[in-house]
Design a protein around this ligand. Structure first.
Ligand code: UD1
Length: 420
């Protein structure tokens, strides 16, 4: 298993190009199941999660080619309706093939994705939404078996105890595009990745209104066509580099980035003293010597993203003073605390709240990556820390950050991968 070595406490400088969004790519690839015509999708990040989704599409009968951030999906054989445990269990994003398969084939058998270290992660909202459209659903031997001769539009509420669900919205939205009549989804997720998916579906010929808002109105159409589409930039990757710049007191420029998708992070970084300027398709991060402790609470979009909570905690761990970090989306997403504490941080957890007593200096240590964003937090802590950090189990990082060592190296960091 590879490990990542970081010689920390160096400032970063220069430009970094943000890749295409992982969380937009996964449902958009799933949406290609809705048409038999060829689709060409560009700006796809080369990541383990993308490759898993491509494998899943192939296992369902699609022919998929992936070259230089460009994916083409064509149909040479009949679509299959079974999404296997091996592929769905490794990546939750795979579960969003359920809606497209069901509406296209009138039946689907998709493995339950299971939980992960950030929480139990149920799928009740996905199933509730598809049932509202008339699907008969049973769970058998770890698989969801869904059947519907003809899905029919309905007016439904899709919020849950922790707010809207990104992938449940994606699943129901995709199914609704080919359902009979009009579907109105209330409490739909407003994340830019859902908006990107809706724009892809509209380009395919779907009739959708309200994308980016909590009410999506979908008028079912008979057929969707093949398209060429560019995936939008990854706001979580962008945010990770911005936080890394703040933690290392560096000045960097991000290219291929959407400022408007990062407003809450920009607001919080400004509150902590970081200077941020909007450029043309770019963001300039300019760092002062002293960062102020700043508290955050994660919420669904446009609130502070849970996917940047761990990275922001790493920044606060290296910022003298007390800050409070609350996760309202995944209240158990705190596995990174123990590893950050190994690097000299002083963080304690009380339920869904972490209290960070920031230190002037963190120190390099051997640490273990536990999930994707927790791994990014360890990279940020390692870049800020004095001495050498070794991050083990970095396959998590490969799930979601395209060329991470290369991009940080180009910014002047001493970071490299060691094969074990
Ligand atoms: C997506 C993102 C993930 C991000 C998360 C929240 C992808 C591939 N993944 O995951 O990176 O952290 O959004 O922004 O896009 N919930 C239920 N029942 C359900 C579904 C969800 O109770 O049926 C709960 C979850 O446990 C969580 C909250 O709703 O507390 C939000 O989760 P959700 O938006 O569904 O996350 P994902 O779509 O799985």
């Amino acid at each position: 298993m590879d490990k990542l070595i970081i010689e920390g406490h160096k400032t970063l400088k220069g430009e970094v190009r943000v890749s295409g969004s992982k969380n937009a790519t996964l449902p958009i690839l799933a949406a290609t199941l809705l048409t038999d015509e060829p689709c060409e999708i560009c700006n796809i990040p080369k990541l383990r999660d993308t490759l898993t989704m491509i494998k899943l599409l192939r296992s369902l009968g699609k022919t998929v080619e992936f070259k230089k951030n460009r994916v083409t999906v064509t149909s040479k054989e009949a679509l299959k309706s079974v999404a296997d445990y091996k592929l769905v269990s490794t990546m939750r994003g795979s579960f969003c093939v359920l809606g497209p398969l069901l509406v296209k084939l009138k039946q689907a058998r998709v493995s339950l994705p299971g939980g992960c270290v950030i929480g139990i992660r149920p799928v009740d909202l996905h199933l509730k939404g598809l049932k509202a459209l008339g699907a008969k659903i049973e769970v058998e031997n770890g698989y969801v078996i869904a059947k519907a001769r003809q899905l029919k539009g309905d007016h439904l509420y899709l919020g849950g105890a922790f707010g809207p669900s990104v992938l449940a919205t994606a699943n129901v939205l995709m199914a609704a595009t080919l359902a009979k009549g009009t579907t109105i989804i209330e409490s739909a997720a407003c994340e830019p990745e859902v908006e990107d998916l809706a724009n892809f579906l509209i380009a395919m010929g779907a009739n959708i209104q309200g994308q980016g808002s909590p009410r999506l109105t979908v008028k079912g159409v008979k057929k969707l066509k093949g398209v060429r589409y560019d995936i939008g930039p990854d706001r979580i990757e962008a945010g990770t580099y911005m936080i890394a710049a703040a933690a290392t007191k560096s000045n960097i420029t991000l290219k291929n980035v959407d400022y408007s998708q990062l407003l809450v992070l920009i607001d919080k970084l400004k509150e902590s003293g970081v200077k941020i300027e909007k450029g043309h398709n770019a963001i300039h991060v300019k760092c002062v010597k002293t960062i102020r402790p700043t508290s955050i609470t994660t919420y669904p979009y446009p609130g502070f993203p849970t996917d940047l909570q761990a990275q922001f905690m790493a920044l606060m761990a290296a910022t003298p003073g007390v800050s409070v970090i609350t996760d309202k989306v995944f209240p158990d997403r705190f596995i990174h605390i123990a590893e950050l504490n190994r690097m000299g941080a002083n963080i304690r957890r009380e339920g869904s709240v972490a209290i960070v007593e920031g230190r002037k200096t963190l120190y390099g240590a051997q640490v273990m990556a536990s999930d994707l964003r927790a791994s990014a937090a360890l990279v940020i802590a390692g870049l800020a820390a004095k001495g050498r950090t070794e991050i083990h189990r970095i396959y998590h990082l490969d799930r979601g950050y395209e060329g991470l060592e290369q991009k940080f190296s180009e910014l002047g960091a001493k970071i490299y991968r060691e094969k074990i």
